[in-house]
Ligand binder design. Structure first.
Ligand SMILES: Nc1nc2c(ncn2[C@@H]2O[C@H](COP(=O)(O)OP(=O)(O)OP(=O)(O)O)[C@@H](O)[C@H]2O)c(=O)[nH]1
Ligand SMILES: [Mg+2]
Ligand SMILES: [Zn+2]
Length: 342
């Protein structure tokens, strides 16, 4: 805990909604978030002075404006950050949640779980610095939840995989066990996975709205903003809107952690720079041929690796452009200072 700091429960155009950080209030006491304004640009000085957009889970310090109104004056260094690459041709990344301890990757068992999506979210989770955990929802809708869970465990190496039926309140104990005081857990996953239903089940109260997806399967997300829900005993849950596509940010360690099996195989290839195509002595190709490494998993690993390389180049190009712009601006300022008066 940082003395005096408060948690961002929600970001809302030009302001943040704050709750006490880890305050051990009685469970029956409902915390009403306090709305505090931001500077006009919506940014707050971070620990290294750089101006940063606060996000849900952030710890911030509140001060006073000259007119006596409250304003966020500082952002505490983040000990973890769940970052996605936002779509489009820019190098923008988005911090989905900060200072979380666990990234709970939620995926439904009905329809069938999407293994590629789980892998993608695990890369994001490993990169965040928080601990990834997978929760498979809607167990009550399928005949063989443990069979499906076994398939998911094969792609979630070193990660606990829990099976729940939040609607009926079944399988929640291992998740409750994670909710120690001061622990923050963010839920991520597709729309309709049952993230908000799970938040309500764990909170023991209908704090988040839940809903059916439209019959045509298009559009509607029930949860439309990210929100931190403080639980009675000091733990926190962060609910997020369903993700459709989420871009990964370059991070070799996160890719290695997620695909430890493929990485281990690749170390056994004869050539250090093996492309796992038709090279002799390729251990990856051998595992694909004998079926011990599924093609799907290999493709997923390659795709995410390529995407990361692309993201890194894009980020570099944007940085270079920023540098050029800064130099230009400085040069302009210099010229205007040194220009002889007309
Ligand atoms: N049968 C069954 N239905 C569930 C379960 N969990 C959630 N649902 C239902 O699934 C639907 C979607 O649940 P939500 O909790 O709103 O899903 P979400 O992941 O928060 O979706 P977004 O907010 O759009 O991202 C709702 O109608 C829930 O009642 C479950 O364990 N079993
Ligand atoms: Mg929701
Ligand atoms: Zn190889």
């Amino acid at each position: 805990m940082v003395p005096g700091a408060r948690r961002v429960a929600r970001v809302d155009r030009g302001a943040v909604l704050l709750v006490p950080d880890g305050a051990l209030h009685a469970p029956e006491v409902h915390v009403e978030p306090v709305r505090v304004g931001l500077d006009h640009d919506g940014l707050v000085p971070g620990p290294d002075g750089e101006r940063t957009a606060p996000t849900v889970g952030d710890l911030v310090v509140v001060g006073e404006r000259a007119d006596g109104t409250a304003v966020v004056t500082a952002l505490v260094r983040r000990r973890s950050a769940l970052v996605r690459d936002s779509a489009g041709g820019t190098s923008r990344t988005q911090v989905m949640a900060a200072n979380v301890d666990v990234v709970l990757v939620a995926e439904h068992l009905d329809p069938d779980p999407d293994l590629g999506r789980i892998e993608r979210l695990l890369v994001l989770a490993w990169r965040s610095g928080a601990r990834p955990v997978v929760v498979l929802t809607k167990a009550d809708l399928v005949p063989d939840p443990s069979g499906l869970a076994a398939e998911v465990r094969e792609v979630a190496l070193g990660v606990d995989v829990h099976v729940v039926s939040a609607g009926c309140g079944e399988g929640l104990d291992p998740l409750r066990a994670l909710l120690a005081p001061d622990v923050a857990i963010v839920l991520v996953g597709p729309s309709g996975a049952g993230k908000s239903t799970l938040v309500n089940a764990l909170a023991g109260a209908p704090v988040m709205e839940t809903g059916e997806r439209r019959a045509d399967g298009r559009g509607r997300h029930t949860t439309t903003h990210r929100e931190l829900v403080p639980l009675g005993h000091g733990a926190m849950l962060i609910d997020t809107p369903g993700i459709r596509g989420v871009g990964v940010v370059a991070d070799e360690d996160a890719l290695d952690a997620t695909f430890a099996d493929v990485e281990a195989l690749a170390k056994g290839c004869r050539f250090a720079d093996c492309a796992h195509g038709r090279e002799p002595g390729c251990a990856v190709r051998a595992a694909l041929d004998d079926g011990s490494l599924p093609e799907r998993r290999f493709d997923s690993w390659q795709r995410l690796g390529r995407e990361m390389a692309f993201q890194a180049r894009r980020a570099d190009a944007a940085l270079a452009a920023q540098d050029r712009a800064r130099v230009k601006k400085q040069a302009r300022a210099y010229r205007s200072r040194t220009r002889p008066p007309a």
